[in-house]
Write a protein of this length. Structure first.
Length: 364
């Protein structure tokens, strides 16, 4: 009996050691948006996938903007270890380094026709990922980033009345993204106002701004813009590509096991594809609801917008490339990729667009 007792004690000690060795690590993560935002749905899908792949050794507490620090301090908080991880759009940190825009929101498709799918090709197979890793070093940050949610193209936005041309547009105070996309609007005479997503609806209701953009039908509907504005323009150039990213404190990431690191990589790659497919269907459903249940009217963007915005975007990109060597390195990489990939991809997409529009025409 004594030998059996010792045997059970030994087994218990082994099991206890195993459980202890695989004890869960809970990481605190703050986003730059509310818990109800559509982007958080896919963020939690990513973190749940990581938890599953690691057998529960990595778990996540996802907190909305402002829980620990203000939205603008999110990256600082990750860098300094006040929180373990964060979720935001990399162009939010263009104030730290202008090249952040080329990863988070390359204005007007980086001026060379790169859409959200072509961007992934550049990122994964044409040197973009390596430059992305270098970005954090250029910023002097102890950050490990994972690109998760490529969105685009984003809508031009929401307006109180139809706009026939750029002169109509210039009469309005317009919420824009921060950084170069917003500055480009200022360069063409738009009264551009940058603010966080959660501040847009209150600003519209208070009359602080007249018109706004955020993303696309589903996230826009979630924020409730249709309660105030009824004129919606889908075609825009300011954010043809928009990427939301997951950031970890470098020290925390370096302390993970090889399996945990690989699990983050695999889950992030899965999120790139899942986010694209999720958004197509969700935006389609939301657009139908907006137009059939909320009285939203769709309009085509005025032709002079494309001419003015593209010219201003290229001028802004060239100006930044002349001032900053790393910005130039990233942009040169994107341009070299576009020279090879865009002629094929844009031609193929024209067929896809014509096919889709032919079906859409039958629904009117």
């Amino acid at each position: 009996m004594r030998k059996i007792a010792y045997l059970f004690m030994s087994i218990a000690m082994v099991i206890g050691f195993s459980v202890s060795a695989n004890a869960a690590t809970k990481l605190t993560c703050q986003t730059v948006i509310s818990a109800k935002a559509d982007e958080v749905v896919m963020l939690k899908d990513f973190t749940d996938t990581v938890t599953t792949l690691t057998g529960g050794s990595l778990q996540f507490d996802i907190m909305p903007a402002g829980t620990v620090v203000g939205m603008k301090e999110t990256l600082d908080a990750v860098d300094k270890g006040l929180i373990d991880c964060g979720f935001a759009w990399t162009h939010y940190w263009s104030g730290d380094h202008p090249a952040a825009m080329l990863f988070g929101s390359p204005v007007a498709g980086a001026g060379v026709g790169i859409d959200n799918i072509a961007f992934l090709s550049w990122f994964q197979y044409a040197g973009g990922k390596e430059l992305y890793e270098q970005l954090w070093k250029e910023m002097g940050r102890d950050i490990k980033g994972f690109m998760l949610q490529p969105v685009g193209p984003e809508a031009l936005g929401w307006f109180p009345e139809p706009i026939k041309n750029m002169d109509d547009f210039r009469k309005l105070k317009f919420r824009t993204p921060p950084g170069i996309p917003g500055q480009t609007y200022k360069d063409i005479g738009i009264a551009s106002v940058a603010m966080g997503g959660g501040d847009i609806l209150p600003a519209l209701q208070a009359g602080t701004i007249d018109a706004a953009e955020w993303c696309c039908p589903k996230p826009d509907m979630t924020f409730g813009f249709q309660k105030v504005l009824k004129h919606y323009y889908l075609q825009g150039l300011h954010q043809v590509v928009v990427n939301a990213d997951f950031y970890m404190t470098g020290k925390t990431y370096n302390g993970l096991t090889a399996h945990e690191k690989k699990s983050l990589e695999v889950a992030a790659n899965a999120s790139l594809a899942k986010s694209l497919s999720y958004r197509i269907y969700e935006n389609g459903k939301a657009l139908r609801e907006l137009t059939t249940k909320h009285g939203v009217q769709l309009h085509d963007t005025p032709a002079d917008y494309f001419v003015e915005y593209m010219a201003a975007a290229k001028a802004t990109l060239e100006k930044n490339a002349a001032k900053n060597a790393f910005f130039k390195e990233v942009w040169d990489s994107q341009k070299a990729f576009a020279d090879i990939a865009v002629p094929f991809w844009s031609g193929a997409q024209m067929s896809n667009a014509q096919l889709g529009m032919a079906h859409a025409a039958t629904l009117k």
